[in-house]
Design a protein around this ligand. Structure first.
Ligand SMILES: Cc1ncc(COP(=O)(O)O)c(C=O)c1O
Length: 461
């Protein structure tokens, strides 16, 4: 037998199950029409396998559930806050913690504190809520990710790397005084869950330090990024996931965290910083929008579950199985010749809707149409990551046209089995085989902000 060819299995066993409904085609037809062809507007009871998001959908461990019973629901100074602070310091190394109810609340606070009107915020690709908070604070996001990230077929091992020339040009053009920080995401969601390498991050650190620019880290999936570094970056093969995570964090000045992903909780997040003065301002601001600085929108029990979840998230066996399941589905789809973003990322499979539906223009919303077609086929719920998610240019009101027009099949952590993955792959294969029959969609309702969540659509004639 070849080395490394032994099978691995999930490092847990199942002790409680949640039955799911396997719907009929007729039920799904009614449901998707009722949802305005937007998978965000389906009821979860109408879904068989829910791959809408990996956000807040993980299964907690028995230790985390036990932690809920240790909830100290004091308004101020809860024991669970101090345990969470300790877990953040031990596992991520950041000095000061401001809990928030989820990631976007931390993005709001840091954007308001650091960005002034007319500033530019370079980043390794945008994320929907992050970019919106930067804009609401008066800033403009500038994409400085390497070009390879915009090409779904390019197999660069670190597609989240920053193009240092793009960053340097921006600093030169706009002036360091108008760039409060560089936003670095581990991994990059919109690029397909792709990692940044430590060597690239070190170079970004060197360049920004020279100009006195901070790095703010979107650490939502930092353990997943660390797993890819261990697998792919020379010199890190023998490092633990925990050590790699610490090294990533040590190269940044602060972080926003949606704990609903990597950290294995159903709700929660935080802002973490190293600068005491910035911490003071953040801690003052969190009381306006979230709650007192020792709970910031989370119950004591939720902070306890998060403190435990952070420790579990950096365990090698856990992260190998988590990313391994995503790779399993990816490999199956590649073998079926389904065009997907490569290399396969850490939290989901991203189908290349432009390639699958070449008969549709981007204005005919190919990714939105493909997500609706997959739901109709099997009750598998995916989501659009294309022109609908990219929204409109706030100045011109025109649609933004991203190069990537993708459907995301996002895998919740510790929830589904490999058999579920087989069902998903077979459904996607069947839909792709009949892709020529899929017609486009048009907007019939579009809200002002983050339109992908609530828009409604109708099939084109
Ligand atoms: C990379 C990234 N950053 C930020 C967020 C926002 O976090 P939340 O949904 O907890 O507000 C998300 C969640 O979808 C994300 O994937």
């Amino acid at each position: 037998m070849e080395k490394n060819r032994r099978s691995w299995a999930e490092p847990y066993k199942i002790k409680m199950v949640e039955p799911v409904h396997i719907s009929t085609h007729k039920e799904r037809q009614k449901a998707i029409k009722g949802a305005g062809y937007n998978t965000f507007l389906l009821r979860s009871s109408e879904v068989y396998i829910d791959l809408l998001t990996d956000s807040g959908t993980s299964a907690m461990s028995d230790r985390q559930w036990a932690g809920l019973m240790l909830g100290d629901e004091a308004y101020a100074g809860s024991n669970n806050f101090y345990r969470l602070e300790d877990s953040v310091r031990k596992n991520y190394g950041y000095k000061y913690l401001v809990p928030t109810h989820q990631g976007r609340a931390a993005e709001h606070i840091i954007s308001q504190l650091l960005i002034k009107e007319g500033d530019y915020i370079p980043g390794n690709m945008y994320f929907t809520t992050t970019k919106l908070h930067q804009e609401l604070a008066g800033g403009t996001f500038v994409d400085v990710i390497i070009d390879e990230a915009h090409d779904p077929a390019n197999e660069h091992p670190f597609k989240a790397n920053v193009d240092l020339n793009k960053l340097e040009d921006l600093i030169h053009d706009k002036g360091a005084e108008n760039i409060p920080y560089v936003a670095i995401s581990t991994t990059v969601n919109m690029a397909g869950g792709q990692p940044i390498s430590l060597s690239n991050l070190k170079q970004v650190r060197e360049l920004t330090q020279k100009h006195g620019i901070k790095i703010i880290h979107d650490m939502t999936r930092v353990a997943e990024n660390a797993y890819f570094i261990k697998e792919r970056e020379p010199g890190y093969e023998n490092h633990s996931i925990g050590d790699i995570v610490m090294e990533i964090c040590s190269l940044t000045d602060g972080a926003t965290m949606s704990a609903k992903k990597d950290a294995l909780v159903n709700i929660g997040g935080f802002l973490a910083v190293n600068d005491e003065e910035l911490f003071d301002r953040a801690r003052n601001m969190v009381v306006i929008y979230e709650g007192l600085h020792t709970y910031g929108g989370m119950a004591g029990r939720d902070m306890e579950a998060l403190a435990v979840g952070i420790q579990e998230s950096v365990q090698y066996d856990h992260i190998r199985a988590r990313v391994g399941q995503v790779q399993y589905l990816g490999k199956k789809l590649i073998n079926m010749n389904v065009p997907i973003v490569k290399p396969v990322g850490s939290h989901g499979i991203f189908l290349d809707a432009k390639k699958i539906l070449p008969h549709l223009t981007q204005d005919q919303l190919p990714a939105q149409s493909l997500a609706a077609a997959i739901y109709l086929d099997s009750g598998v719920r995916a989501m659009e990551r294309g022109v609908v998610s990219a929204g409109r240019n706030p100045e011109t009101g025109e649609n933004n046209y991203p190069k990537l027009e993708l459907v995301r099949l996002t895998i919740p952590r510790r929830v589904y089995t490999q058999a579920h993955m087989d069902v998903v792959a077979e459904s996607v294969e069947a839909v792709v085989a009949n892709a020529a029959d899929i017609s486009g969609l048009k907007f019939v309702y579009e809200p002002e902000y983050l339109r992908f969540f609530q828009s409604r659509f109708e099939p084109l004639g």
